[in-house]
Design a protein around this ligand. Structure first.
Ligand code: M7G
Length: 339
């Protein structure tokens, strides 16, 4: 298990970043190294400077992030797609004075009475851009980050069995990155907590959306050891011990390591998830994390209560979720006359 950060830790260990360095989840997930053909191989940093920009998939002024479709040419001349996520990172309180003292340039933009605005250019060590690489990226990755119209689906249990389940069995994202974490082939030094029980155990790691530099946007993910639970739809009372372990031990591990109490955590599952291996999200309550909207997030405590009340709750009720306009699953619902 990782030696990891101390309680209330504000800085990650050197080299603890979770985007670019090879051997991390993004690479493992995309199956890079397995026939990728292009330059970056396992253990080598991704050649950012040789990426050609194909298009901006999406940018967000609020999140200060850009989602980019790029291409890299491999040794045999073939072009391979990559997704790059570039994000300005939140301020760290203890770095603010340094920022004010050590800026390289300060340009006055305007002054009016007691108000003035400036362009401040920080030194390189204070101007980090969190960079996440998905390489090689599949068409589904490109779709995932492309800005599109969304439609709300109300999925009955019959819809799940007849439309969604056959679809996810044929299409779902590779979950190799999850198996790599469970088998300690990737991110082993990032594990925050582990329960090795094959039925009721799980691994808790920082989500790759979190750079661990500040607690404001704390984001961890619990991946279950067992491989036969795809999503919320599979859960029954049989899984209560597993879910209770995640809730209890996850909270304990986070307060111990980061000093954030359970009362300040939002602990939930997504439906639909992107990856069909059961996992639970832990985010800081004060952080408006992506994917916390009512049409996607299901609080773990509520899921547990629902299963206590009725073991087949999630095989009975309709579930609502949004799908992007050109997602193939939306097409399936349209073909079935359900949208
Ligand atoms: P999800 O609900 O299946 O889909 O969550 P979402 O990505 O649309 O939210 C999967 C979670 O796993 C997300 O929060 C991802 O940021 C996170 N994640 C994805 N990958 C490929 C990795 C990885 O390689 N390592 C880690 N630590 N987290 C990942």
């Amino acid at each position: 298990m990782a030696e990891g950060p101390e309680p209330k830790r504000r800085r990650a260990e050197a080299g603890d970043g979770d985007g670019v360095a090879a051997g991390n989840g993004a690479e493992a997930e995309a199956g890079a190294g397995a026939g990728a053909g292009a330059e970056p191989g396992p253990g080598a940093p991704f050649p950012l400077s040789s990426v050609r920009l194909r298009r901006l998939l999406r940018d967000s002024a609020r999140e200060k992030a850009a989602f980019v479709h790029g291409q890299v040419t491999g040794p045999s001349g073939e072009d391979t797609d990559a997704v790059l996520i570039l994000e300005k990172t939140p301020f760290q309180e203890e770095k603010i004075e340094e920022l004010l003292r050590k800026h390289t340039k300060l340009e006055l933009q305007m002054a009016n009475d007691i108000y003035s605005t400036y362009r401040l250019y920080p030194p390189p060590e204070l101007s980090e851009i969190k960079t996440t690489v998905v390489y090689p990226a599949t068409e589904k990755h490109l779709q995932k980050y492309l800005r599109q119209e969304v439609h709300l689906i109300r999925e009955s249990w019959e819809d799940y069995k007849n439309i969604t389940l056959p679809f996810i069995q044929s299409q779902s994202f590779s979950i190799q990155w999850v198996y790599n974490i469970l088998e300690k082939k990737a991110e082993a030094d990032r594990i925050i907590h582990e329960n090795q029980d094959p039925s009721n155990g799980f691994v808790l790691v920082p989500d790759f959306k979190w750079n661990q530099n500040q607690l404001y946007d704390l984001y961890l993910i619990a991946l279950v050891q067992r491989r036969d639970v795809k999503s919320l739809r599979d859960l029954t009372a049989e899984h209560l011990p597993l879910l209770k372990n995640i809730l209890q031990e996850g909270k304990e591990a986070i307060v111990k390591r980061f000093g954030v109490p359970g009362s300040q955590l939002r602990i939930y599952l997504h439906y639909q998830p992107s990856y069909y291996h059961l996992h639970v999200h832990f985010t800081a309550l004060g952080y408006d994390a992506p994917g916390t909207s009512v049409e996607r997030a299901h609080l773990l405590a509520d899921v547990i209560d629902n299963l206590v009340l009725d073991s087949s709750y999630y095989q009975k009720r309709a579930l609502t979720f949004a799908l992007r306009a050109d997602e193939p699953l939306l097409k399936k619902f349209q073909e079935a006359g359900r949208v």
